[in-house]
Ligand binder design. Structure first.
Ligand SMILES: [Zn+2]
Length: 372
């Protein structure tokens, strides 16, 4: 039997109402001088309250606000601040890119890592993976880390207050797990991978059933199932199934589309969701079965309900020249891209055509810009 070395889950996960406050004793056991990192001004208040809570427990923390997406510049800065202040742990509090930066610094310095997702927009709080971007948000590469975080705190009270747009984005990212993993990993002989793929299907079904109610009403029971599905279960699937289980075309298309410049930059899951529609379009063209077409129609409907972008225009690509779009396609089809895990050959011309194809699909009732 071959050796498969992968990190499946954080050592401890605390979830529920007021999970942060209830985890304070665990946090103080893991670090005596943590670096709290975050980014947006809208979450500054939450991070200051973390600092005060820790101080009441006798812990003096250091705070750092990042300037960009998870990029070399910010990583260097956080690395330096952490070392200069003898920090013995990282508390990353924010969205996916903040969590990715925090995990990477902790990994580089071999110190404990605590992730506190402030929205359900990705499963980055869970995984042993960091995506690296340029300072202006272009995807560069992903880095596999030595382990998942030591502690993940999923505080419902905090996450419930995040903009609904972040939940919709998390839903698109999480449903993509099924459509990507079932395509690349269904034939796997590895039991963990088979189970992860099935879990991705169950998760998709739950998101179909409860996603819209959760989006409309953060106080509903559906919200708990859906938010935890996006931020936690999606992470379990990635941990259990490993890299092979993660991506087919939707994520590589996301990586390609990040190479473009946006005035209103879509969120990670919004680009992945759009990439998923393109993936299904490619599948439809390359097979004789009706399933991809039906899945695409079903997702168009579901994404529109969630106000997710479903067309070239609504993903803010309407004004892009063919040349720019072609460059994004070239990036997505690089020789080492996961897009080549598709069960048929693919090149930038096919991808370009498939993206343009989404021009004629119905535009979501409101644009993503109005749904912040
Ligand atoms: Zn993703």
């Amino acid at each position: 039997m071959y050796i498969n070395n992968h990190s499946i889950s954080p050592a401890k996960v605390v979830r529920g109402k007021n999970a942060w406050v209830k985890s304070l004793d665990l946090v103080t056991k893991l670090c005596k001088r943590p670096l709290i990192i975050g980014r947006s001004s809208s979450t500054r208040k939450i991070r200051s309250s973390f600092k005060k809570d820790l101080l009441l427990k006798g812990i003096q923390s250091i705070s750092l606000e990042l300037d960009h997406d998870c990029c070399e510049l910010d990583i260097q800065k956080a690395h330096e601040v952490s070392r200069n202040n003898n920090c013995d742990g990282i508390i990353a509090a924010g969205g996916g890119k903040v969590l990715d930066t925090g995990k990477l610094i902790a990994d580089l310095l071999d110190i404990n890592c605590i992730t506190v997702p402030l929205s359900a927009s990705t499963c980055a709080g869970w995984t042993a993976l960091s995506n690296i971007y340029t300072p202006d948000g272009k995807f560069v590469k992903d880095v596999t880390l030595k382990s998942c975080p030591n502690l993940l705190i999923f505080d419902h009270t905090i996450v419930r207050a995040a903009p609904p747009r972040t939940l919709a984005s998390g839903i698109a990212d999480a449903v993509a797990k099924w459509y990507e993993s079932s395509l690349t990993s269904s034939a796997s002989q590895d039991g963990f991978v088979q189970q992860a793929v099935q879990m991705a299907r169950v998760l998709r079904d739950q998101l179909f059933l409860n996603g819209y109610e959760a989006f409309l009403n953060p106080l509903s029971n559906s919200w708990e199932t859906v938010a935890e599905g996006c931020a936690l279960t999606a992470g379990i699937i990635g941990g259990l199934g490993g890299s092979r289980c993660r991506t087919a075309a939707a994520h590589p298309i996301h990586n390609g589309l990040t190479q473009l410049t946006y005035t209103n930059k879509p969120l990670h899951g919004e680009l992945v969701g759009f990439g998923l529609l393109v993936q299904l379009d490619l599948e439809e063209k390359n097979s004789n079965i009706q399933l991809p077409k039906q899945a695409k129609l079903q997702l168009l409907d579901f994404f529109s309900q969630l106000n997710l972008p479903v067309s070239v225009e609504s993903i803010c690509l309407g004004g892009k020249t063919s040349n720019e779009l072609y460059k994004a396609c070239k990036f997505a089809c690089k020789y080492d891209s996961d897009i080549h895990q598709l069960p048929f050959p693919i090149n930038e011309n096919d991808l370009f055509e498939a993206i343009k194809n989404l021009q004629s699909t119905p535009i979501s009732s409101k644009t993503i810009i109005n749904n912040t």
